[in-house]
Design a protein around this ligand. Structure first.
Ligand code: SAM
Length: 304
């Protein structure tokens, strides 16, 4: 049994906020966990050990950071709010395996921040991300991790319950979108457990859920140009009420004739909407667009 004073209790959290004169900022999605059992369940779900490098986004007052430091080999915690740095620095000054970084996780080069620890002897290659995510960065941050090349192995996120449904959505419904497709392409997703709003200070309006995304050894579909796949998916959902033929033409600035020919080649009716396409269909369409744009001497490559 660990006897260190837990940060994730109502008393300690309120005390720290008072001592350091910090108020929870809604604009930064600050809802602090005040229930130690939830912290333990998140860390158990991550199943990290002393060989793991863990990136935490938004340590807040350090409640999850504290438990991660006990379980993992090295924790790098990235916090955007300058006013939380004094309590964090005081808490972890004597904890050698916690590095605190003041940065915006949406803008920062995350793999760059981790580079001093990636491939460090004693740590296994790659890293995990474990976070109680601020709701306003959830979609862009997860999309970014899924579509860039940072060598993460597992992502464990506390997110709003609705978002958890979007991560695992199938074609046809309102929850299905670019995020669901990026998840399918890169990871096996599972809902670990749901979390009532009462365990946060301040209490949010909706319940939350902890989700786990484990990187797949290889994507389930192959495309010639991965960046083009994500561009086509984004374009399709950017104007999700429009037919695919119109949405792709508008957003990717491609000739309508080229889009029509690519849709034909992929065997997809141009009148369909993005939300009806499977990942395999997006992959076929992407390869058709890649071929068509290359035939045209690359003059219409939307990624140029
Ligand atoms: N981990 C703490 C906990 O569970 O009690 C706090 C979680 S709170 C939901 C989200 C945290 O993310 C806040 O500390 C907030 O300041 C921070 N944050 C918000 N936007 C951020 C960003 N763009 N980059 C890094 N941290 C951010």
């Amino acid at each position: 049994m660990n006897t260190t004073k837990r940060i994730a209790t109502p008393g300690v959290t309120r005390g720290l906020m008072q001592d350091y004169n910090v108020a929870a900022k809604k604009s930064l999605g600050q809802n602090f966990i005040i229930e130690p059992q939830i912290i333990s369940r998140i860390v158990q779900t991550a199943a990290c050990d002393k060989q793991d490098l863990v990136l935490e986004i938004g340590p807040g007052l350090g409640s999850l950071t504290q438990a991660l430091a006990e379980a993992a080999g090295q924790v790098v915690a990235v916090e955007i709010d300058q006013t939380l740095l004094p309590p964090l620095n005081a808490q972890f000054a004597q904890t050698p395996n916690v590095a605190l970084i003041h940065a915006d996780a949406l803008q920062a080069d995350l793999a760059g921040l981790l580079s001093p620890y990636l491939n460090q002897p004693g740590l296994r290659p790659g890293f995990m991300v474990v976070a109680n995510l601020p709701y306003y960065i959830t979609t862009p941050l997860i999309l970014r991790l899924l579509t860039d090349n940072a060598p993460w192995r597992r992502l464990v996120f506390m997110v709003q319950k609705e978002l958890a449904a979007r991560l695992q959505a199938a074609p046809g419904g309102k929850d299905y979108g670019a995020l669901s497709l990026a998840v399918q392409y890169r990871a096996a997703a599972k809902l670990a457990f749901t979390v009532p709003a009462a365990v946060f200070l301040p209490r949010p309006k909706v319940d939350s859920a902890v989700v786990v995304l484990d990187r797949l050894p290889a994507p389930p579909v192959q495309v010639a140009d991965e960046a083009m796949l994500f561009a086509v998916i984004r374009a399709g959902f950017n104007q999700r009420r429009k037919t695919l033929a119109n949405a792709l033409g508008n957003v990717l600035a491609l000739d309508k004739a080229l889009v029509t020919a690519a849709l034909d080649m992929a065997g997809i009716a141009g009148t369909r909407r993005a939300e009806t396409l499977t990942l395999a269909e997006f992959a076929a369409l992407t390869d058709a667009i890649t071929q068509m744009t290359q035939k045209g001497g690359n003059s219409q490559n939307p990624l140029d």
